[in-house]
Design a protein around this ligand. Structure first.
Ligand code: K7E
Ligand code: CUA
Length: 763
């Protein structure tokens, strides 16, 4: 404690010296800085709209696909500060994801035909909804390459589940949720035989298929329930994206497609390539599915099982009238349902119009069975004029659409023009355009997928950055551009480089809806959300040997592991189960063992396990990988892997320094002095209404723990002193002091919090 006080005095002196030295340079004025950096007033205004001073919070939390990284990137809007990478389909060592047994089990759910897949091509994150509005509870994301959907729980921002689509070979039109998150929609991309068997391409028309899967989400469990999930077979068009109907169109879903020509390429055989054959026709097809009806058909058992997964065949879908097609502009991309559910907008990509379809018209045509014809599989086609509300000429390469909080206002990305078009889709009038840099793919407005978009900001996700950032080699970062959409004219505010794969889509939720926990209940397996069977409390730590299996049940608390020395034999299968005993916010410990490919991230309350084979005799230090306290570097231990048949470690390990009574007395006096400081802090805290501040209550609980440990250590020191064992007595007195320092550290944090948050005298 004293040394802490001394240190802060030294810091004060340093600060003064800096201030004095700084006096030689005049502080720059705002004008000086603008001149030096070449900024104009518009730049300052943009800066003021995004700059977030220390401690400030963002208004929206964005969840971005991490593209080929297989992860999800979380950032704040409007600051565009990155807050987290969530490991989803790819191991992520900082979070221990893929390095502890618990998360390995989640990743293993994503094995495809027994093969471990260590990456994913994530495309479209979706936020869980209640009554069509974002509820801030879950995020879903798809993997295009290995057809999978992952579930992330926003309680702790961890991936809880991965489901593999049993019938698809690739997918794209996921993840999209129905308005009450009853289903997560996933549509295939490249047609293939459903179930994955080999069929020659000569039988493409007959045997290759697309599909759309409705994954049932169990909200109470927070998991997808594959046993309640089903698919609808689709023609072998290349299905693109999906969206769920809402309000008036609730119960329906929309999946567009390209390559309805069903062209099979083969440039190596002299055939024109896919790109030529897949863009020959003037139109492709929007699939309109009555999923409520499909659900009834599934529940009535009118399904075929493929790989044990229930599929409503095309034939049944046609007979039951749950699938119709609507012609779309050539090679479309993106399908987005308006907030009121009345319109469905599809971008033309190779057509310069956004096609605004009317759900009401589609319904009328379906009800009247007014069809223009059938496709080769017998699926009824509605004439485009019986479905279209408006065609809005926007520019070149329209792709994705997002909605404003203002009625009838939408934004569509223009890939070829590198622009965002703002328009009135009810009237079919372009309102504004803004250039972006460059070649925009998706775009995103705040809660823009829901029935209640929040407006304010739009993020343009540009495929190319080209000259926007400092060069970092031929592979450039992605460029997410923040645009202010609160006025009539769109205003570009900020460029954020995103260097972790190609994020296709991002969605954002109002920050006040996202309420993650700050700690786990004692001994939680964070991947199952259940109490871990391997959690132990201090005093209960043990090493259990059973043949060649060694299980260590340990704890971590500032700043040591228990146990610290673990002896095993060469060839043993070793598992460390470690529980972080901390309750204080942000007190994370790590656990790594030299050469064993192990890293745990132990957040307060979490229990995680690491299993490995101690294949080779040797000395393997283990340590904490998070800088958790002033004695973090001392948070260490040894895994001793003995050669087969070697003797147990005999007697005491050798030590360096020998202590005498004077050492003990000196240490003991420090402890007594420190206690006086602690008593003052405790007196202050208890004189206030600290119980009204939950985060202070947690700190007080933690400090109390440390003081109880301190008491134990003091008793041990006293006992050794009685026996005049000055070695043990001095070391235990030192440990007593360590616990005191930690208690004081926590206590001071609580005191500062109370002072800064207007604590009042206790009643
Ligand atoms: Cu890149 Cu949504 Cu896969 Cu469009 S998708 S850009
Ligand atoms: Cu615990 Cu560093």
């Amino acid at each position: 404690m004293k040394s802490a006080l001394k240190a802060s005095a030294a810091f004060g002196a340093l600060l003064m010296a800096t201030t004095v030295a700084g006096g030689a340079y005049a502080a720059e004025s705002l004008q000086d800085v603008m001149k030096r950096r070449g900024l104009n007033e518009k730049d300052l205004l943009a800066a003021a709209k995004t700059y977030t001073p220390t401690g400030g919070r963002d208004e929206f939390i964005a969840f971005s696909s991490g593209g080929q990284s297989g992860q999800v990137i979380v950032y704040g809007i409007p600051s565009m500060r990155i807050l987290k990478y969530i490991g989803v389909f790819t191991p992520e060592p900082w979070q221990g994801y893929g390095y502890d047994d618990e998360s390995k089990a989640v990743l293993a759910q994503g094995n495809v035909d027994g093969k471990q897949i260590t990456w994913g091509d994530t495309h479209h994150p979706a936020a869980s909804e209640t009554n069509g509005e974002s509820d801030g509870k879950f995020v879903f994301i798809n993997d295009k390459n290995n057809p999978r959907i992952a579930v992330i729980d926003l309680h702790d921002f961890e991936t809880k589940q991965i489901v593999v689509n049993p019938i698809m070979q690739s997918e794209h039109g996921g993840a999209f949720v129905t308005p009450n998150t009853d289903y997560v929609i996933e549509a295939s991309q490249y047609p293939a035989p459903l179930g994955g068997e080999y069929v020659p391409l000569e039988q493409f028309n007959d045997k290759y298929r697309g599909a759309v899967t409705y994954w049932k989400f169990d909200k109470s469990k927070g998991r997808i329930d594959p046993s309640q999930s089903f698919s609808v077979e689709l023609p072998p068009y290349t299905q693109d994206l999906s969206d769920a109907g809402k309000l008036v169109s609730d119960g329906w879903s929309f999946t567009n497609s390209l390559c309805s020509e069903r062209y099979v390429g083969g440039i190596e055989k002299g055939r024109p390539p896919y790109e030529a054959g897949c863009s020959a026709n003037d139109h492709d097809y929007l699939h309109v599915v009555n999923w409520k009806k499909a659900e009834e058909v599934f529940k009535a058992g009118k399904v075929t099982k493929i790989k044990d997964h229930p599929v409503i065949t095309l034939k049944t879908a046609i007979e039951e009238g749950l699938l119709v097609l609507v012609p779309e502009p050539k090679s479309p991309h993106g399908v987005d349902v308006s907030p009121d559910g009345k319109y469905i907008i599809v971008g033309g990509k190779l057509d310069s119009n956004a096609h605004v379809y009317s759900f009401e018209k589609i319904q009328a045509a379906v009800a009247a069975k007014k069809f223009a014809g059938k496709d080769s599989y017998g699926v009824p086609i509605i004439d485009v004029k019986d479905a279209i509300h408006k065609q809005v000429p926007l520019g070149l390469g329209p792709l994705h659409t997002q909605y404003d909080s203002k009625p009838c206002v939408a934004y569509t990305s223009l890939y070829v023009d590198s622009q965002v078009a703002k328009y009135d889709y009810c009237e079919g009038k372009v309102l504004d355009k803004i250039s972006v840099h460059y070649n925009i793919g998706h775009l995103m407005t705040m809660e823009g997928d829901t029935t209640k978009p929040k407006g304010k900001y739009l993020v343009a996700m540009n495929k190319l950055a080209i000259d926007r950032f400092n060069p970092v080699g031929p592979l450039h970062p992605q460029n997410h551009q923040l645009i202010d959409i609160s006025g009539d004219k769109m205003e570009l505010l900020y460029d954020m480089p995103l260097p972790l794969g190609e994020p296709h889509y991002v969605m954002a939720i109002a920050a006040d809806k996202v309420k993650p926990a700050i700690r786990y209940k004692f001994g939680t397996n964070s991947r199952t959300d259940q109490q871990s069977a391997f959690a132990v409390r201090p005093g209960g730590e043990k090493v259990v040997k059973n043949g060649n299996k060694v299980e260590v049940f340990g704890t971590a608390i500032r700043s040591h592991f228990t146990p610290e020395i673990v002896e095993v034999e060469e060839g043993d299968e070793v598992t460390f189960h470690i529980t972080n005993m901390e309750r204080a916010q942000d007190e994370v410990h790590g656990f790594a063992v030299s050469g064993m490919d192990v890293n745990l991230s132990l957040e307060p309350g979490k229990t995680a396990s690491a299993s490995f084979k101690a294949a080779k005799a040797g000395v393997y230090p283990f340590y904490c990988t998070e800088f958790c306290s002033a004695l973090h570097l001392e948070m260490e231990g040894y895994l001793m892997v003995k050669p087969k048949g070697a003797q147990q470690m005999a007697g005491k390990a050798e030590e360096g320094v020998k202590y005498v009574k004077a050492d003990f007395d000196k240490q003991y006096k420090s402890c007594i002095d420190t206690q006086a400081v602690i008593d003052q802090v405790v007196a202050y805290i208890t004189s206030t209404n600290f119980k009204d501040f939950p985060s202070v209550v947690a700190l007080v609980e933690d400090a109390t723990d440390q003081l109880n440990f301190a008491k134990d250590a003091r008793a041990k020191a006293d006992e050794a002193a009685k026996k005049e064992d000055w070695q043990q007595a001095t070391l235990w007195a030192g440990q007593w002091w360590q616990y005191q320092v930690k208690a004081a550290d926590i206590g001071l944090r609580a005191k500062t919090y109370l002072e800064q948050n207007g604590a009042k005298p206790a009643k």
